[in-house]
Design a protein around this ligand. Structure first.
Ligand code: ACO
Length: 373
């Protein structure tokens, strides 16, 4: 290839047996299982196990895995001290990135038999606790115990957030959203993790780098940006007028479009349905109604469809999650996918090092300083 593909669009940058996305006849699958079946019937822990250990767990294996994750929620004292030292005004994504990095220093890979999948389990089990320990300390001056007997990652997260056992409908919605966010082939953050893994760096470095890539609003940060947009409007009519103006000004509407999907995101209907249900449950469907109107305008005006991030925003809001924690939830879920990719990359590694199409000047003569004007 002599010319570059902008943003690597359309480039097959490696092989993977983890997920298919947008494949005709298959759609989105994790390890061969369709997203409709997984989002409709599985639990997030089952999906994490599938991604990390390359098979669906049977009932005993799933019980053992859930127990294993429960046993990995403890935060080292030094990590808690560091979380207390971080500013309360930090963005939660800074907390996630820092938390992973610190854990990498306190519990390094290779020591005490720590392997990639073990570190992935530890992170899936403890990332929510890190975030919410920091949050409750800075917001309410509390030092919470992150070692709860909650049965799932979703329940643990909502429990630590509010201090109360969550409503089952909200817990189910969060659990389903974790499944939908768990894996998505060579997206920007996963590819970042694979690049870092390809240098033979440690597991934590790959995950910390992926968190950095996820943060931007063109990727995971879109769910926070979508929330900021929909929260501005009191009615669908107001939203329609403003979005039309934004489009006329050639502004991006976050939560719409996708690099790979061209006609629709197969994950979106699940979160849309959950958003509707949760809005009805809370007795105020304004956010859902506003979101639906923006969806209509985007389809009619731009032929664009909502991606997973758009309706996830109202789902998380209805679940009582602060907006700045939307992308961190994506981190918790996607850690399963990132980890599966790091393991896959390591199993058949070659340094990822592409070429650039040079667009700089022709070769020039260097002159000593005193000769330069
Ligand atoms: N709002 C308005 N216009 C859009 C949007 C949008 N959300 N998305 C694409 N377009 C327009 C572009 O402006 C461009 O128009 P033009 O041809 O007139 O210049 C055209 O559609 C093609 O868009 P590209 O940016 O070339 O598409 P690309 O494949 O590079 O980008 C991306 C995909 C980044 C997701 C883009 O659609 C976007 O910026 N969306 C908003 C951010 C977002 O929602 N990100 C989340 C992605 S999914 C996830 O991480 C779970």
């Amino acid at each position: 290839m002599t010319t570059a593909s902008e943003g690597l669009a359309g480039v097959i940058a490696g092989r993977s047996a983890i997920a298919t996305i947008g494949h005709e006849g298959a759609g989105l699958t994790y390890r061969g299982y369709g997203i409709h079946d997984l989002a409709g019937g599985a639990a997030f822990e089952e999906v994490a196990y599938l991604l990390l250990y390359n098979r669906l767990p049977n009932s005993a294996q799933l019980d053992a895995y859930v127990t294993r994750l429960k046993g990995m929620r403890r935060l080292p004292d030094k990590l808690k001290t560091a979380l207390e030292l971080l500013p309360g005004s930090a963005h939660p994504m800074d907390v996630m990135r820092t938390g992973v990095s610190l854990l990498g220093a306190l519990e390094p890979e290779g020591e005490n038999g720590r392997t990639g999948s073990g570190i992935a389990d530890r992170l899936i089990a403890s990332l929510g606790g890190m975030l919410l320990y920091w949050y409750r300390f800075h917001q309410r001056g509390e030092r919470i115990d992150t070692e709860t007997d909650d049965d799932s990652v979703a329940q643990h997260f909502l429990h630590l957030l509010t201090g109360r056992r969550p409503d089952p409908v909200k817990q189910k919605a969060l659990d389903m959203s974790l499944i939908l966010y768990a894996e998505h082939e060579f997206n920007a953050s996963t590819f970042t993790a694979r690049i870092v893994a390809s240098t033979l760096a440690d597991f934590y470095s790959a995950i910390a780098a992926a968190i950095g890539a996820l943060r931007g609003p063109l990727h995971g940060g879109a769910n926070e940006a979508a929330m900021e947009l929909i929260a501005r409007f009191d009615s669908p009519g107001e939203a329609e007028k403003a979005v039309r103006q934004m489009l006329a000004a050639r502004r991006l509407i976050m939560g719409f479009g996708h690099r790979v999907y061209k006609t629709g995101d197969p994950r979106s209907d699940f979160v849309k349905e959950a958003s509707k249900r949760l809005g009805e449950q809370t007795g105020d469907t304004t956010l859902f109604d506003v979101s639906e109107r923006i969806e209509q305008v985007m389809r009619n005006e731009k032929g664009l469809f909502p991606n997973l991030d758009f309706y996830s925003a109202s789902v998380y809001h209805y679940c009582g999650v602060p907006t700045s924690m939307f992308t961190p939830i994506f981190v918790i879920a996607r850690t399963a996918g990132w980890a599966a990719h790091v393991i896959e990359q390591r199993n058949d590694n070659r340094l990822i090092r592409p070429l650039a199409e040079y667009t700089g000047p022709e070769e020039k003569d260097w002159e000593p300083l005193e000769c330069r004007s």
